[in-house]
Design a protein around this ligand. Structure first.
Ligand code: ADP
Ligand code: MG
Length: 419
């Protein structure tokens, strides 16, 4: 499948973060019942950290001495990994920190990454404890590959990093409304979908995206995106000096990330960065540049496609295969394909047709339903501007600020225990 794996260091000093409230509130019991013995047998030394509140993990990894750890593993749903990735990216040494191998053990109600990783391993589908065992086994095997992240800009100028999804409309509403059914486990999404279907609504907004150019894997030359064609492109790509190669091995993506990053150096000395006192900690910060994105208040570049419709039922950008254990949303997505898989459904779809799409998604067959309201595009960047006064936008299943938002792929920025 073209994914390059390396082996984890041995012994692999592993920090395992557990959210005791995720899913049915049994993450800790699931860990001791199914994973602990496996790790002992495989001689994987680990330290268990039980989170006490939301953002505990985020703060912890932000300050942790990462030289003590060879892997950070999350035993929870996707929400806890989202915290960990953003905590790592908030560090001054984010470039190194985000290279720490990350692992996922499904303990939540939304275990999309665990389901995706299991799917990539080409094993027959698994759920619940079986999925947990599969992910535990991968952790023991210790193979690591690169993981695409998506950089997301909100209206307030805040930037977030996402490994799974950006959603607005039906999917985001179901995700958030169904949190109250967390205790029933993964089936919460089906329950939420049925409830939302009964109260189906339309969401008004504008959508634009930068299409990805498909190209054969080996022909790198033809897949390059040349950003200096038109004056407009030249403007928005002013800081872009790298070529984007869609199917990146970890080495290639590494290269691209590096040439994408720009050093914003406060002229004060480097010693300041070593001084941990408040207010000086940002004295020397290297910032990851999102070279595909213009400013959020500037028009999108000419190379972008602007969608004509403005009435949507859902807009979903997903960068892993599964959106939940039972939702195979992007059938062709790979762990580091360098792509955002954009799916949107326009207004006018009937309730039965929408239900059919979600039922087909269990088998990854929704794109072949011939539904005239469904559009699927592989993209590298996108912008969404909601017009409806109220609504929900989620990133990796977590609610973010509602308003204009844009995103771009950062190929292979992180590393994942997988395979
Ligand atoms: P689930 O799949 O069940 O939703 P998640 O891992 O997504 O599980 O976690 C749900 C939410 O709980 C996330 O927003 C996460 O940040 C938050 N969280 C993490 N640790 C704790 C904790 N100890 N107490 C309460 N909330 C927590
Ligand atoms: Mg969650």
């Amino acid at each position: 499948d073209g994914v390059v794996y390396t082996e984890l260091q041995r012994p692999c000093r592993t920090m395992i973060l557990v959210n005791p409230h995720s899913g049915r509130g049994q993450a800790l019991q699931l860990f001791t019942g199914h994973v602990q013995g496996m790790l002992t047998e495989a001689s994987v030394p680990y330290t268990l950290v039980i989170t006490e509140h939301q953002n505990h993990a985020r703060e912890l990894v932000k300050k942790a001495d990462l030289s003590q750890w060879d892997a950070l593993v999350i035993m929870s749903g996707d929400g806890l990994l989202y915290e960990v990735i953003n905590g790592l990216m908030e560090r001054e040494d984010w470039q190194e920190a985000i290279q720490t191998p990350l692992g996922i053990l499904p303990g939540g109600s939304g275990n999309a990454l665990a389901a995706s990783v299991h799917h990539y391993s080409q094993l027959p589908p698994a759920w619940n404890e079986e999925l947990l065992l599969s992910c535990g086994f991968m952790l023991c095997k210790g193979l690591v590959c690169s993981l695409d992240l998506v950089s997301i800009h909100l209206t307030s100028r805040q930037r977030l990093f996402s490994f799974l999804s950006l959603a607005w409309g039906f999917v985001a509403d179901v995700d958030i409304e169904s949190e109250k059914y967390r205790h029933v486990g993964a089936i919460r999404f089906l329950m939420g979908t049925l409830v939302r279907l009964a109260a189906l609504r339309v969401y008004q907004g504008r959508l634009a995206y930068l299409p990805a150019k498909d190209a054969p894997k080996k022909d790198k030359a033809s897949t390059k995106v040349n950003c200096s064609n038109t004056p407009q492109q030249g403007l928005f790509c002013s800081s872009l000096s790298c070529s984007l190669v869609p199917n990146t091995s970890s080495k290639q993506s590494q290269k691209c990330t590096n040439s994408n990053s720009n050093t914003i150096t406060n002229s004060s000395n480097q010693a300041a960065s070593k001084n941990k006192s408040e207010g000086q900690s940002n004295a020397r910060t290297e910032t990851l540049v999102d070279s595909l994105l213009p400013d959020l208040d500037q028009p999108v570049p000419e190379a972008w496609t602007v969608v004509k419709e403005q009435d949507f039922v859902l807009v979903l950008a997903v960068y892993q295969s599964h959106l939940a254990e039972d939702l195979w949303a992007a059938p062709s997505a790979m762990v580091n394909d360098g792509l955002i898989h954009l799916i949107y459904v326009t207004a006018g779809i009937s309730r039965p047709a929408l239900l059919r799409l979600f039922l087909a998604m269990e088998k990854g067959a929704h794109l072949e339903c011939g539904c005239p309201h469904l559009v699927y595009q592989k993209v590298r960047a996108l912008r969404l501007e909601p017009i409806s006064a109220e609504g929900v936008i989620t990133v990796d299943g977590e609610t973010v600020e509602y308003g204009p938002v844009q995103a771009q792929i950062q190929p292979g920025l992180a590393r994942l225990i997988s395979g």
